[in-house]
Design a protein around this ligand. Structure first.
Ligand SMILES: [Zn+2]
Length: 334
């Protein structure tokens, strides 16, 4: 491997296992997992003791690194020089950060699109917000899932295909060795047999999914990290310490996502989800048409309330409804 720095940018649709995936990719002699980098890149040196979410003030990397100098404008070069790692893995860096720290610096930039069945993602989101009442999925789909999906699609259209790879979260969990061999070919390295045991080497995440960071801390004998599902992650840590090959594919959405919410998902995102090989739910055409007609009616009523006399002005309605309105116009035009 040449000394040229490789930056792997992981783009995911949220709640798709990106923190875990980042830790697994970082589990290699040449690589370092940084997770979402926005926080650490602009963290003032005075907060250096709080930089690492795994070791806190006892961290043997970040505090010394951050106090050494101002790394802005040369962050990745400095990390590579300081750690000897040539492959730096980040999750969804903001655009301004890419412009400042990644573009035009001679790095090799690779993008991995991490996907997960959108219904599992939707269910996780609803559970996270405590809104599992049937009929509420539509709000999460319109206000969050569609815009995030659009944003990732837009970002990836400008990446030439040899520099981009799509990985399914479920495949990583069910056949990690095979998927890691594929990722390794893409990056130009070989992952070891135990690479999915991300806790078996030092990791210094400074942001990311708090549950996964909690799991990492527990498996490394650290205190843990505050998160809403601490009991679940404590149980996982116990099971992994007995059987490190154990995998946890959360499929609770299959039994728990209501038929009504699955219909909403199928009508609005089913086709897009199927592009990644996730089979669609079966509904009758009549059910789908009825759903879209009902949605259209609700939208028209909502617009009339928001903008009396201006019921054609989709741009003037609240953002989620505006997006939905444009989406329905697009569907009708197809
Ligand atoms: Zn640390």
């Amino acid at each position: 491997m040449s000394s040229r720095i490789t930056v792997i940018i992981v783009r995911a649709l949220g709640l798709s296992g990106a923190t875990w995936f980042n830790l697994v990719l970082g589990n290699h002699d040449e690589a370092m997992a940084l997770g979402p980098p926005a926080r650490i890149l602009d963290l003032p040196a005075k907060d250096a003791g709080e930089a690492c979410f795994v070791h806190r003030e006892r961290c043997d990397f970040w505090p010394a690194f951050l106090r050494e100098r101002d790394h802005r404008g040369r962050f990745f070069e400095d990390i590579a020089a300081s750690t000897g790692k040539r492959i730096l893995v980040v999750n969804y860096p903001p655009r301004e950060l890419i412009e400042r720290e990644i573009d035009g610096r001679g790095f090799r930039i690779l993008t991995v699109r991490l996907v997960r069945d959108g219904r599992a993602v939707l269910f996780s989101r609803m559970r996270h917000y405590g809104t599992l009442t049937p009929g509420t999925a539509i709000h999460h789909i319109v206000d969050w899932q569609i815009p995030v999906w659009d944003r990732v699609d837009r970002k990836l259209t400008s990446v030439p295909s040899p520099a981009a790879l799509t990985v399914r979260y479920e495949d990583m969990l069910l056949d990690g060795a095979k998927e890691l061999a594929r990722v390794g070919d893409f990056v130009g390295i070989r992952y070891g047999e135990n690479a999915t045991r991300f806790w078996e080497r030092p990791q210094h995440l400074t942001a990311g999914n708090t549950g996964v960071i909690d799991l990492l801390c527990r498996l490394q004998g650290e205190t843990g990290h505050h998160n809403r599902r601490a009991d679940t992650y404590a149980r996982m840590a116990e099971e992994l310490s007995v059987d490190p090959e154990r995998t946890f594919l959360d499929e609770s959405w299959i039994d728990s996502l209501s038929r009504e919410d699955r219909l909403a998902f199928d009508c609005l995102l089913g086709e897009r989800n199927a592009l990644y090989g996730y089979p669609r739910d079966s509904f009758l055409d009549g059910e789908r048409h009825e759903f879209l007609r009902d949605l259209d009616r609700r939208l028209t009523e909502a617009r009339a309330v928001e903008q009396p006399g201006r019921d054609d002005n989709a741009a003037a309605v609240p953002s989620g409804l505006g997006r939905l309105s444009r989406f329905l116009s697009h569907k009708r035009a197809q």
